[in-house]
Design a protein around this ligand. Structure first.
Ligand code: SAM
Length: 289
C-alpha cells in the first residue's frame, strides 16, 4: 500500500496543536534510531558542517534560539553549552523525552525549555527569538503550503535581522545513497527513487526502515524559493555534506585528522557552487528577517 494524503491528516500524540504528522513518520521515529544518526562518519560530517554554518550567523551568546523539530536535542545541547538560551519543540514524544535526558546530562547548561509542538503553529510570541533552527520539519511537510506555514511561523517569532536555518533533503539524496549502498538494484527501492526524482515525494511502501519514511526531497532552487516566498532575505543556499557523502572510504578517512580536515575544506570550497549544489544529503538555506 502506498501512503496517501489521508494518512497525513491523522493526529499525533501532541495534544496542544491542531496539526497532524503522518502516522508512519511518527512510527519511524518511535523506533528510536534518530538519537544515533549523527554518530557515524557521515553523521559526524553532517553535524560538523551544520554547526560551522550556523556559527557563521549566530549572535554572540546569550541569544534566544528556537530549535524547531529539534529531535533528541543534539544541536540544542550544543548551543546551550555555548551559553545560548535554547527552546526545543518536536512532535514526537520519544524525541522530547530523549532531549530532556540529554539536557539533564549537562546540568550546568540545560536546554531552557523542551516541549511537544509543531513547526506550523509555534507558541512563541511574535518577534521574540534571535534564531530559528529548522533542521528536519521541512523534510516531513510534504505539502508546499505546510512548509510555507512553518517558515512563516519562523518569520513571525524572529526578531529583525534574526536568521532561520532551513534544511531540506536533496532531491538526489536517495539516488546517491542507493547507488552507494548497493540498494538501487532492489526494484522496490528503484521505484521509490524514480518517484523522488520526478516530484520529490518520497514514500516508502515497504517495511524496510532504511528506505526512510514519508518525506519531501527539495531541489536546491525549491528550498531557496520557499525561504524567499516567506519574506526572508536569502543569505545563501549551501550543501551540507556535499560530494563527501559519496566517498566509499569515508569511515576510515574520517578517523584520520588530516584527512578529516581536507574533506571539510574540500566540501567548504564548493559549498555554494550552483552546478553541484544538489550532490549532497542535506541542503541549508539561510534566511534573514
Ligand atoms: C531527521 S530528524 C532531525 C532532528 C534534529 N533536528 C537533527 O537535525 O538532528 C527530523 C525531526 O523533525 C521532526 N518533525 C517532523 N515533522 C515536524 C513538524 N511538523 N514540526 C516540527 N518538527 C517536525 C521529527 O519529529 C524529527 O525529530
Amino acid at each position: 500500500m502506498e501512503y496517501g494524503i489521508e494518512s497525513e491528516r491523522q493526529m499525533t500524540n501532541s495534544e496542544d496543536n491542531h496539526f497532524s504528522l503522518p502516522h508512519e513518520v511518527t512510527r519511524y521515529y518511535e523506533e528510536g534510531l534518530e538519537a544515533q544518526r549523527l554518530s557515524g562518519a557521515l553523521g559526524q560530517l553532517e553535524l560538523l558542517r551544520t554547526k560551522e554554518i550556523i556559527d557563521r550567523y549566530l549572535p554572540v551568546p546569550p541569544a534566544t534560539i528556537l530549535d524547531v523539530g529539534g529531535g533528541p536535542g543534539v544541536y540544542a545541547c550544543w548551543l546551550a553549552r555555548d551559553g545560548h538560551k535554547v527552546h526545543l519543540i518536536d512532535p514526537v514524544p520519544l524525541h522530547v523525552e530523549q532531549a530532556r535526558q540529554a539536557s539533564e546530562g549537562q546540568p550546568e547548561c540545560q536546554i531552557a525549555s523542551i516541549s511537544l509542538g509543531d513547526a506550523r503553529k509555534l507558541h512563541q510570541p511574535d518577534v521574540s527569538v534571535d534564531a530559528v533552527l529548522m533542521l528536519g520539519p521541512l523534510y516531513h511537510l510534504t505539502d508546499r503550503e505546510d512548509r510555507l506555514l512553518a517558515l512563516r511561523e519562523a518569520y513571525r517569532v524572529l526578531k529583525k535581522n534574526g536568521h532561520v536555518f532551513a534544511v531540506g533533503i536533496s532531491r538526489f539524496a536517495s539516488l546517491l545513497d542507493g547507488l552507494d549502498r548497493g540498494i538501487l538494484s532492489d526494484p522496490k527501492f528503484m521505484r521509490i527513487v524514480q518517484r523522488d526524482l520526478t516530484n520529490g515525494q518520497h514514500r516508502n511502501p515497504t517495511n524496510e526502515l532504511s528506505y526512510f519514511t514519508t518525506a519531501f526531497f527539495h531541489h536546491p532552487e525549491e528550498l531557496a524559493s520557499e525561504v524567499l516566498e516567506t519574506g526572508f532575505h536569502l543569505e545563501k543556499t549551501l550543501s551540507i555534506e556535499g560530494f563527501a557523502a559519496l566517498l566509499h572510504d569515508l569511515d576510515e578517512r574520517w578517523d584520520d585528522q588530516d584527512h578529516r580536515t581536507l574533506i571539510m575544506d574540500a566540501v567548504r570550497w564548493v559549498e555554494d557552487e550552483p552546478s553541484i549544489l544538489g550532490i549532497t544529503g542535506h541542503l541549508m538555506a539561510i534566511g534573514r528577517k
